[in-house]
Design a protein around this ligand. Structure first.
Ligand code: 5GP
Length: 239
């Protein structure tokens, strides 16, 4: 039986609304818990130096990101309620100042607000604002990357370099799950960049260690390897 034009239009419209709803509430598959190495943040900020000239020498939280396997940068900026300062109790704020500081401009609250609005809003059905920050802090306490690397004699150095697997292996051994590393490349003077083949022209700095968690942010799982550092280029872990 032929469908009338108006019923077809209705179906198309309903499907479009459904798609918009899914995208704005943010369906996701798993969480990426991202810790960053502050000296690297500051080394790559050439135009706008970090507000603290002596970056912290321990891994701090960048964020807890609900993510899709098909596109780990999504979802983002969902429609859940925006960041509210009063919903972060004072005892939690003082803990986050240690585990989740703004290592670039020193405005911790603004950093938390940006992370909640961009990422936390997409998993609000699982973790409300307080739970989102509490869970992130608990993960940071449970997985001390600085200590794990130190125990494997991987210490910040201006000169020493490591392979991807040198750094991943001790974390994998300590946590029983595969993490993901993310690197940043150091901008090179133009003269040097021209005279060297592209691969060697840059060195890469360890920037972030990602641990992956299931949909409920409770079970630690393996991360899928995605391009986070260049293959076959040694990695620096700068002080
Ligand atoms: P995302 O927005 O996806 O969570 O992360 C990317 C952004 O976070 C980048 O713009 C990066 O500069 C910013 N970012 C990472 N660490 C910090 C930090 O410690 N402070 C601030 N203000 N921004 C940061």
């Amino acid at each position: 039986m032929a469908m009338s034009k108006s019923s077809l239009a209705f179906l198309v419209l309903a499907f479009a609304f459904f798609l918009c709803f899914i995208m704005s509430t943010g369906s996701y598959d798993y969480f990426q818990f991202v810790q960053q190495w502050p000296p690297t943040n500051c080394k790559v900020r050439i135009k706008q130096p970090c507000s603290n000239p002596r970056p912290l020498q321990y891994f701090t939280i960048h964020g807890l990101w609900p993510s899709n396997y098909s596109n780990p940068r999504m979802p983002s900026n969902c429609t859940g309620s925006q960041f509210e300062w009063r919903k972060l109790y004072p005892h939690m704020r003082s803990k986050l100042k240690i585990s989740w500081p703004d290592v670039e401009s020193g405005n911790d609250t603004k950093f938390w607000e940006g992370e909640w609005n961009k990422h936390g809003t997409c998993s609000v059905e699982k973790l409300n604002q307080m739970q989102y920050f509490e869970r992130s802090h608990a993960m940071w306490r449970s997985y001390n990357i600085t200590e794990i690397l130190k125990n494997a004699s991987i210490l910040p150095s201006a000169t020493q370099t490591w392979t991807y697997s040198d750094i991943v292996s001790p974390i994998q051994k300590a946590t029983k799950r595969t993490p993901l590393l993310r690197c940043k490349s150091l901008p090179q003077p133009k003269s040097q960049a021209k005279s060297q083949p592209k691969r060697q022209a840059r060195s890469q700095l360890l920037h972030e260690v990602v641990l992956c968690f299931d949909y409920n942010a409770l079970v630690h799982i393996d991360c899928n390897r995605t391009a986070g550092c260049w293959n076959n280029v040694d990695i620096k872990f700068p002080p």
